[in-house]
Write a protein that binds this ligand. Structure first.
Ligand SMILES: Nc1ncnc2c1ncn2[C@@H]1O[C@H](COP(=O)(O)OP(=O)(O)OP(=O)(O)O)[C@@H](O)[C@H]1O
Ligand SMILES: [Mg+2]
Length: 250
């Protein structure tokens, strides 16, 4: 199977050389575990070392925030933006509709994007009920009728449906894609929306647990289709020169 190397120190050897080419991978974790930084390094390495055009879509932070955050681990996004290898895109949640995927598709095709990141699915999920229509009717319209519906039940259904179709369409774009998502602390599901984990081709889970030792963050590959992936938990270190995945067995 063709691979898309992340170029992140210590990661690719855990996945037989990188992410399966064309796969859609969930990068899940609680806040501050390094999802955004991991994504940005994946894209920057793509643009610089592997000569693949890359695009980062944020639904959360301003692009200036993202550039500053990346600088903290030695990534110069502006340089790659200027030479056209990296595109940063901010989609404000107020502009989110079920047509958003079309907009992404146009950009991917126009710019010949090979690596894509959507940060994050959780923001998408929280906002889905308001903006996603069921056939022609959105929850927003239903509320206007003052009819009685149970918003939590209806909302939950709309979220799942929205996430499902969003990921399904995303997979069809042909990019090797990382989608970040907030993981629940505990429970039987890996993701809050409970459906994305089944659609994704792979799941990388990041955790934070300070135990007073050298490392607080860790990475675990939960699933990776078509890959004999490493099954151990590995310390993840965020340094001024980028992310490092350690192997304690050595
Ligand atoms: N140069 C650095 N050295 C060490 N740690 C750093 C450095 N730069 C950032 N960090 C740490 O990285 C964390 C942020 O990582 P990141 O934003 O990628 O997390 P995230 O999982 O995307 O979080 P969120 O869910 O809030 O979006 C911060 O908590 C900060 O402690
Ligand atoms: Mg983040």
């Amino acid at each position: 199977m063709a691979r898309t190397p992340s170029g992140i120190k210590g990661f690719d050897k855990l996945t037989q050389g990188g992410l399966p080419k064309g796969a859609t991978i969930l990068l899940i974790g609680t806040p501050g575990t390094g999802k955004t930084l991991f994504s940005l390094e994946y894209l920057t390495n793509g643009a610089q070392r592997f000569k693949e055009r890359s695009m980062y879509i944020t639904l959360e932070q301003s692009l200036d925030d993202i550039r500053t955050q990346a600088k903290g681990i030695g990534l110069d996004l502006t340089k790659h933006e200027k030479n056209g290898m990296l595109t940063l895109m901010h989609i404000p949640i107020t502009e989110l509709t079920n047509k958003t995927i079309e907009l992404i598709k146009q950009e991917v095709q126009k710019r010949k994007i090979k690596r894509l990141v959507v940060d994050s699915l959780s923001t998408l999920a929280v906002n889905a009920p308001v903006y996603s229509p069921i056939k022609d009717v959105a929850l927003r319209d239903i509320m206007n009728y003052k009819a009685f519906f149970s918003p939590p039940i209806l909302g939950d259904f709309v979220v799942k449906r929205f996430i499902y179709s969003f990921l399904y369409d995303l997979k069809k774009l042909g990019c090797t894609t990382l989608v970040t998502g907030e993981a629940p602390e505990k429970g039987e599901y890996l993701t809050r929306d409970t459906v994305s984990e089944f659609i994704a081709d792979g799941i990388i889970s990041l955790s934070f647990e300070s135990m007073g030792g050298n490392y607080s963050r860790s990475l675990l590959i939960r699933k990776m289709r078509g890959t004999k992936a490493d099954e151990d938990i590995h310390p993840l270190e965020i340094t001024k020169k980028g992310i490092v995945i350690h192997d304690l067995r050595k």
